[in-house]
Design a protein around this ligand. Structure first.
Ligand code: KG4
Ligand code: ZN
Length: 334
């Protein structure tokens, strides 16, 4: 089955063509970072407008790269939430138009499920049960999947998402947007033990996270150092902040795997592109005999292929959406 995947939930306009849920024929992307960069975060109205301008040419581009034609598409998968309502609407309206014109089924996809299925593109479908750590610009959660398409949320952030914390620290330091890749790069040259930032909720005995206190601690530290007239090593700061985030995430993920008795752990979402998180998670998994899967960095951040893949596996079990599917900005997993 050849599925067209459309993703417009936030600030990436993305279109992909994927065969049988795992074979990427094309994965075209138009990132809006240059538009939102000067605001230090995504401006919803600007995002919607950019999706409108970019989506149609990107559809042509994705088909061209895939070496396929419209009549060869068997179905359309589109993100229906969570995300920015105006941005989601652009993708949904376009997906409906394509599906109607081609007379093929349409399936609405949960963006978070897309991040999980990015792993399928890389490694093929793993065998459930598994635990998945989902960390992106809008979400930070631990999910237990006892079987395919069944989600039990074990815990989530009580305040900021991990990606949001990276973005806010980078903005505070005037480093640019999105902050994750910038801090990741700087941290490689820094000492993760230079400053001991708090590991919030590390001992809370549950699977929830809290990141806003860490953000405040970093900002306070910068203020104190500046006041004392000391130079701040932005590399050390990035490495120390990143270490505090990664520490708690890896520890809770491994605890969740242990408690649920799974031997496979999946990582998904933009923050999984983080080199330190990948490294630390791999080390922890190896020590415990856990099979750890994560997508390659390009497939961690928002893309159309993950939506096509998640859509494929829903279509394959007979699921279809009606043409009245609507955008669901607050859509959850379970
Ligand atoms: O999944 P994603 O592309 O979009 C959402 O669904 O939110 O995630 C974007 C987030 C941004 O906050 C970005 O700063 C973060 O992922 N991110 C990273 C890295 N690359 C992207 N965070 C840490 N390290 C990275 N290398
Ligand atoms: Zn995402």
């Amino acid at each position: 089955m050849r599925v067209l995947g459309i993703e417009t939930s936030c600030d990436e306009t993305a279109v992909a063509v994927v065969d049988d849920g795992v074979e990427i024929r094309s994965n075209a992307l138009s990132s809006q970072h240059e538009i939102h960069g000067r605001f230090g975060g995504v401006v919803p109205e600007l995002a919607s407008r950019a999706h409108v301008e970019r989506l149609t040419p990107l559809l042509e581009e994705a088909l061209g790269i895939a070496g396929t034609t419209w009549p060869e598409l068997d179905a359309v998968a589109v993100t229906r939430g969570p995300g920015l309502v105006g941005a989601l609407l652009v993708g949904l309206a376009t997906a409906k138009a394509v599906a109607l014109a081609l007379d093929v089924p349409i399936v609405g996809v949960n963006h978070l499920e897309g991040h999980i299925y990015a792993n399928f593109l890389e490694h093929g479908p793993p065998n459930p049960p598994y635990v998945c750590l989902l960390v992106s610009g809008g979400h930070t959660m631990l999910v237990h999947m006892p079987e395919e398409h069944r989600y039990r949320i074990l815990g989530q952030t009580l305040d900021d998402a991990a990606g949001e914390a990276f973005d806010k620290i980078a903005r505070f330091l005037g480093l640019g947007y999105p902050g994750g890749p910038i801090l990741d790069r700087l941290a490689r040259k820094g000492n993760p033990e230079a400053v001991r930032f708090p590991r919030a909720m590390a001992q809370s005995g549950d699977y929830d996270f809290s990141l806003s206190g860490l953000k405040t601690a970093v900002i306070r530290h910068i203020g104190k150092e500046r006041e004392a007239g000391r130079d701040i090593s932005v590399e050390d700061l990035a490495a120390s902040f990143q270490e505090a985030v990664v520490d708690v995430q890896v520890q809770k993920t491994m605890a969740a795997a242990e408690e649920t008795g799974v031997d496979t752990v999946l990582l998904g979402g933009g923050v999984v592109a983080n080199s330190r998180l990948r490294q630390r998670a791999a080390e922890a998994a190896q020590g415990r005999g856990i099979h750890l899967l994560h997508p390659s960095p390009e497939l961690c951040t928002d893309n159309g292929a993950m939506i096509a893949s998640a859509g494929h596996f829903r279509l394959a079990r007979g699921e279809r959406s009606s043409f009245d599917i609507v955008a669901e900005p607050g859509l959850t997993l379970s």
